[in-house]
Design a binder for this molecule. Structure first.
Ligand SMILES: C[S@@+](CC[C@H](N)C(=O)[O-])C[C@H]1O[C@@H](n2cnc3c(N)ncnc32)[C@H](O)[C@@H]1O
Length: 309
């Protein structure tokens, strides 16, 4: 089962109160959603999105007791604004994005997210999407594959790995792919990461277009928040965290003209929409990490919607 991370910290920063409305853009199996619904009882409401219908099925079951207070939608959080408008669910007091993959998905071998269990090279959150890890690798040239491994996995041996994958193609399963990568770069004894970790991260990001949809979701989230409403994002790797950090920093500024001294030559007209609450990301306490090792890489950043001016 999926154990939600940083729940206490999410509640402390989002500060949900009875009657308020919240959006969970990555409802997963409903752990954070349940905490928010409890805090907003008896009449607060929650709109939950997930790209994965299997996760939603579990969330529906787990959140059944909240009845009409919760509405779950199969959607990509890139479409957050459209979905919230469709249900008249705005402005809201808070929005949570808990990014990446859930334990439920990782532990379901047929989803192809993990190299620890034999499964097809899939890695899609949303089974409606036509791009899987298999079709992606198949369609890419060796150079394009190396570029993806480098950009989305920060994999220094990207070229060697891409060449090995292409030479071994067709590779049908997760464990075969992990073996090809391990053979190509060798497993270092005592290394913290499995040699295929970065390759799997890169492919998952590419298959689900994760960085681009995150940028779209952040823009949408700002447009849905009431003044004083909070946006909380939990990320699990540096690429996501950098996007959130830079987005918050930009939205906290009154001028984003490139290297132009403000205010003398401002031409962009940009006005700050957010106030950053977490100057540094909040991370999990050692006790939480002991109970839930997935929390080790979690970083929570929170910002507050400013008044419209
Ligand atoms: C870390 S889990 C969230 C767990 C959840 N907070 C809980 O307490 O159970 C991330 C979830 O986000 C979903 N997801 C990832 N990218 C998404 C996207 N672009 N749009 C919607 N859901 C997405 C995944 O399917 C997964 O269920």
């Amino acid at each position: 089962m999926h154990i939600p991370v940083l729940v206490r910290e999410v509640l402390a920063t989002l500060n949900p109160q009875p009657g308020q409305w919240f959006i969970d853009g990555t409802v997963g199996t409903g752990g954070h959603a349940r905490a928010v619904l409890e805090a907003t009882a008896p009449d607060g409401r929650l709109l939950g999105l997930d790209a994965d219908p299997a996760a939603l099925k579990v969330a529906r079951h787990n959140l059944e007791t909240y009845g009409e207070r919760v509405h779950l939608v199969h959607a990509n959080f890139a479409d957050l604004a459209e979905v919230a408008h469709r249900y008249g669910f705005f402005p809201v007091h808070g929005i949570l994005l808990d990014l990446g993959v859930s334990s439920l998905q990782l532990e379901t071998a047929e989803r192809g997210f993990s190299f620890q269990a034999e499964g097809p090279l899939d890695m899609r959150y949303d089974p409606r999407s036509s791009i899987t890890a298999y079709t992606l690798i198949n369609d890419l040239s060796e150079e394009e594959l190396a570029e993806i491994l480098y950009r989305f996995g920060e994999e220094r041996r990207s070229r060697v790995i891409a060449r090995a994958i292409k030479q071994a193609w067709p590779v049908m399963t997760t464990t075969q792919l992990a073996e090809v990568v391990t053979r190509a770069v060798g497993g270092r004894r005592g290394a913290r990461l499995h040699p295929a970790t970065r390759t799997f991260q890169a492919l998952r990001i590419a298959v689900n277009n994760e960085l681009e949809v995150l940028m779209r979701a952040l823009d949408a989230a700002v447009s849905l928040l009431a003044p004083g409403g909070k946006l909380a994002v939990i990320s699990f790797h540096s690429l996501e965290d950098r996007i959130v950090k830079e987005f918050f920093a930009r939205e906290a500024k009154d001028c984003i003209c490139p290297s132009t001294p403000y205010p003398a030559h401002c031409t962009c007209g940009h006005r700050a929409t957010l106030r950053v609450i977490t100057k540094k990301p909040i991370v999990a306490h050692p006790e939480e990490i002991k109970m839930n090792p997935r929390a080790r890489s979690a970083k929570l950043r929170v910002a507050e919607r400013k008044e419209n001016r």
